[in-house]
Design a protein. Sequence first.
Length: 69
Amino acid sequence: MKTNKYLEDLRTKSAAELDAELTAAKKELFNLRFQNATNQLENTGRIKEVRRNIARIKTVITQKAKAAE
């Protein structure tokens, strides 16, 4: 149910806001991978969650682009 709320929030955002959120998620993923490589990451499940969020953001961006055509 948490993902449904997240998707609703994404769908209400503009393209610029989605791009900003995508950039932030990619930076977070980079930092998580860096922490994992240096054995500082405690919650490795967060990497999977962020990767899925990036995919969700990209999906919403694509849906909005196709709807605008």
